[in-house]
Write a protein that binds this ligand. Structure first.
Ligand SMILES: C[C@](O)(CO)[C@H](O)COP(=O)(O)OP(=O)(O)OC[C@H]1O[C@@H](n2ccc(N)nc2=O)[C@H](O)[C@@H]1O
Ligand SMILES: Nc1ncnc2c1ncn2[C@@H]1O[C@H](COP(=O)(O)OP(=O)(O)OP(=O)(O)O)[C@@H](O)[C@H]1O
Length: 274
């Protein structure tokens, strides 16, 4: 079985408070983007449990700690799973705020459920996903969602960007998520995200904010510059995604001068799906 785990961006991100467990309560809108990895699971001929074969961009780290292996191990505690070979081709940059690892893990849960007919609902899978990472539950739904709690409590949100184009740029710098959270002083905004997101997109600039931006931009001015460049090229709205370092812009049309601005950066362009 073959799936294409996709990236996400955050449309607005408020960091509301620090919790006793060290995590933060946030509110954000998750929005899927068609930049994808490729993930294939086949029954193993060599035995073992979850044999991971990686290709594409080099993500490093211990394969046993890869989130797709953790997803297998999590379900294997409760269900008798046969050994599998897993082929993961990485395209989505990491340390980018695009949730690539979380998306791989969510698709692994979905594939294991569907391949081995496990009696699990989407809600059950979301609960398993939350144990793998705060972003992971979103990818079980994989449509625009307003998220609360640590980012794993989901509510439908009827926003549509279809007809617009998206440009995603990851400058050559990586941001660690725990460090980014540690650099922010939580605050309760005067206007809630769910009210701002209902405004026309042209009114988002200056209202829809990502609370990570001030501290991350201060440390990495090159990320701030990407956002400025997006507006210079005519973006209707631009923001850093999650804890960075990616920046996205929403455009009426993909700007022709992209290759002049972002010579050494990872660039993705596509149509908004929802
Ligand atoms: C920045 C976002 O991508 C926005 O969508 C997410 O909040 C991060 O989600 P994630 O990468 O899935 O996060 P996890 O792997 O669960 O947590 C990594 C680390 O980020 C911090 N963390 C994460 C989520 C959250 N709501 N509060 C936190 O403080 C914690 O220090 C945690 O140890
Ligand atoms: N399948 C995977 N793909 C990418 N990174 C993985 C994966 N499994 C584990 N990791 C580890 O997770 C870290 C990056 O994860 P991820 O791609 O989700 O981060 P990110 O781009 O910062 O996204 P976000 O902060 O939005 O969750 C790296 O340290 C990497 O070694």
């Amino acid at each position: 079985m073959l799936l294409f785990p996709n990236a996400k961006i955050n449309l607005g991100l408020n960091i509301l408070r620090k919790r006793p467990d060290g995590y933060h309560d946030i509110e954000t809108v998750f929005y899927p983007v068609n930049l994808t990895d490729a993930l294939e699971v086949v029954p193993s001929v060599v035995g073992g449990s979850c044999n991971l074969h990686l290709s594409g961009i080099h993500i490093g780290g211990d394969p046993a700690k890869n989130l797709v292996v953790k997803a297998y191990d999590l379900l294997a505690v409760r269900f008798e799973l046969p050994p599998v070979d897993v082929y993961l081709h990485k395209v989505i940059p990491f340390g980018a705020g695009l949730g690539g690892g979380s998306s791989d893990a969510a698709d692994m849960l979905l594939m294991l459920r569907d391949s081995f007919k496990l009696p699990l609902s989407d809600d059950d899978l979301s609960r398993y996903a939350s144990q793998l990472g705060a972003d992971c539950a979103f990818f079980i739904r994989n449509r625009p969602m307003l998220a609360h709690g640590i980012g794993d409590e989901m509510e439908e949100i009827g926003i549509t960007l279809s007809g617009y184009s998206i440009v995603l740029v990851k400058p050559a710098v990586m941001v660690s998520t725990p460090e980014a959270y540690a650099g922010v002083t939580p605050r309760i905004p005067e206007v809630t995200l769910s009210d701002i997101i209902k405004l026309p997109i042209r009114e988002w600039q200056g209202r829809l904010v990502n609370d990570f931006e001030p501290s991350v931009f201060a440390k990495y001015p090159q990320i701030s510059k990407v956002k400025d460049d997006m507006y210079r090229m005519g973006a209707l709205y631009a923001s850093m995604s999650g804890s960075g370092s990616s920046v996205f812009g929403i455009f009426e049309q993909i700007p022709e001068e992209l290759s002049l601005y972002f010579v050494n950066d990872f660039v993705y362009t596509g149509e908004c799906r929802f």
